[in-house]
Write a protein that binds this ligand. Structure first.
Ligand SMILES: [Zn+2]
Length: 145
């Protein structure tokens, strides 16, 4: 991996990052409760989780197993909660370590009973976006500067 630049924040998305830092703690608190409801719902078979085709292609291309993803869904830590454009869908990023390799799983809550597993990725693939523990987004740009 080499050494990573420590907390020299990206100047190109500073306003966005600051806004995010203000809002995210509250969103996260909600997200933790909601993800617990999701887990209960799945265990009680009251909620359904659908898998996007995007997820399957990610799984084929990348280095994770279905079990890694399932563990992340059950035990992963909520590191981000976002409302999507139409405001009714909420999206969560869960962090899990599979044999010390970080894994982010993105789940969308479509409504109280329906969820969509959107994607799975290694945050190291976009390491500039994340802090060293992969639990906090520090850059919102699509490419590294
Ligand atoms: Zn940036």
């Amino acid at each position: 991996m080499g050494c990573r630049q420590s907390i020299a924040y990206c100047p190109n998305c500073e306003a966005k990052r600051k806004r995010w830092e203000t809002l995210q703690p509250r969103y996260l608190e909600k997200g933790v409760k909601e993800v617990n409801q999701f887990r209960e719902g799945i265990c009680n078979r009251k909620a359904k989780l659908m898998y996007s085709t995007h997820y399957f292609s990610n799984l084929n291309d990348r280095e994770y197993m279905v079990e890694d993803v399932e563990k992340a869904l059950l035990y992963g830590r909520v590191v981000e909660r976002n409302k999507l454009v139409n405001e009714s869908i909420v999206s969560y990023v869960l962090l899990y370590f599979s044999k010390n390799k970080p894994l982010h799983v993105v789940v969308d809550r479509l409504d109280n009973e329906n969820y969509l597993l959107t994607t799975v990725y290694n945050p190291l693939a976009h390491s500039w976006k994340w802090n060293e523990t992969f639990d906090k987004r520090i850059c919102f740009c699509d490419s590294k500067h």
